[in-house]
Design a protein around this ligand. Sequence first.
Ligand code: FAD
Length: 500
Amino acid sequence: MGKPTGFMEFTRSLPGKRPVEERIKDYNEFVNRYSDQQLNQQASRCMNCGVPFCHNGCPLGNVIPEFNDAVYRKNWEEAYSILSSTNNFPEFTGRICPAPCETACVLGINQPAITIEEIEKHIIEIAFEKGLVKARKPNLRTGKKVAVIGSGPAGLAAAAQLNYAGHSVTVYERDEKPGGLLRYGIPDFKLEKWVVERRVSLMEEEGVVFKCHANVGGNVKVNDLLREYQAIVLAGGSTVPRTLNIPGHDLKGVYPAMQFLKQQNKRNYQSDPLAFGDIESNIHHEAILANGKHVVVIGGGDTGSDCVGTSNRQGAASITQLELLPKPPEGRTPYMPWPTYPMTLKTSTSHEEGCGREWAVATKEFVGDANGQLKALRIVELQWTSSSDGRPAQFAEVPGSEREIPCELALLAMGFLHPQKEGLLAELGVELDERGNVKATEKQYQTNIPKVFTAGDMRRGQSLVVWAISEGRECARKVDEYLLGQSVLETKDAMLSLAI
Ligand code: FAD
């Protein structure tokens, strides 16, 4: 710990942001950087606790007090070395992680937590600027070939780790460019795409081969991969969206959120927003735009919030976000004590930019006009009762509360059910779990098919970037052990025991 009194002298402060009226005119990131002094002060707030709960809060086991200390001492080489020992892509998590480490920060018991996520972003960006991030090529090649299917954070992390272990790795991606949801889901205003490209270029320099427009189970045959590679990692994500089968669901103007977000992400890099290829089912081949429309986003999570930010930038006439659950409390309750991740009210930067939010409402009908175009939603208010642990348990419609709200564009952001089964998974005949995800344990990552492993949302179900990276790393270790009988790759458990 650099400064024993830091947490008493300084309070939590976040870097400034571009003003709302300016930032909604473009899709660029809008969070500024700390000054050197601010960064130093924020890092000095870390208490280097005897038992640092932040380690456990982080799915990667990031060694947080140690890198905070190095930042305080301005030892960038050390800070970068500690951070990159557990996290392949801090430039992603430093921008878009919901930071479960911060909710586990001991200071959070009675003061605002350390700004761990921001510190992480500063370490990696400073490391890039100072030329500390270099391509890490393996000294020796093992002669083993591994195929990774899917180039989201899980596939990228698995590929990077397996390449470090000396295996020859090829990543197959059905989309136009690598990145998965980092590129096509998360909007540029949260994660500019040069950040993804910078990392992919580095991995190419390290020896990883990327093959795009390569849909395994479609234009790339599963059996060819099984013949060519000694191991395969399935990291295809959880791509089938939850739908709302109520009257009017097939009207023009009702779309899954991902199609809307993906189109805008493509527009941002001048790619054809409608060119989805033949790879995803139920794709709408028309431009989905919010300009001038009353937009309703159904679903109160991250994806919904990204739709709000994108709709504001496209010039929507109004935006309303609907959530089935009741409004969460603003702070922790006895039922969500520190250091658990609390289900409290989240006001994202997209919410700050303007949108109406309604809780405890259900959509009963999409109402259309004579031309089959959506013109309104019929919604109803819900009365929730809680279970003994304080969680919302059951709901009933409030009699007489039905009403219509104007809506020409409804975006369904209610989460994802499971991976797409047709194509890759069906051809492999891989076993699925009761939720429809690829079955493999969190310890072994091995599917029922010999030499086929899985990681990320495809195994875990819809989750977070930080979990996808963690799964990719842990899965890579299992693949390495399978190929060589032992592994030199770090594991989360090994890093945590070293840190303590
Ligand atoms: P994905 O990122 O989904 O990548 C899977 C890849 O596999 C895709 O590129 C897909 O094209 C490819 N693929 C699938 N099948 C095949 C095949 N047969 N052949 C070849 N390629 C194939 N998490 C956060 O932590 N913070 C956020 O702010 C956040 N925002 C989000 C916003 C949105 C709109 C969405 C949808 C999710 C968000 N998430 C966020 C969740 C996070 O993006 C995912 O948990 C994470 O990307 C999962 O990583 P993955 O590698 O498992 O899968």
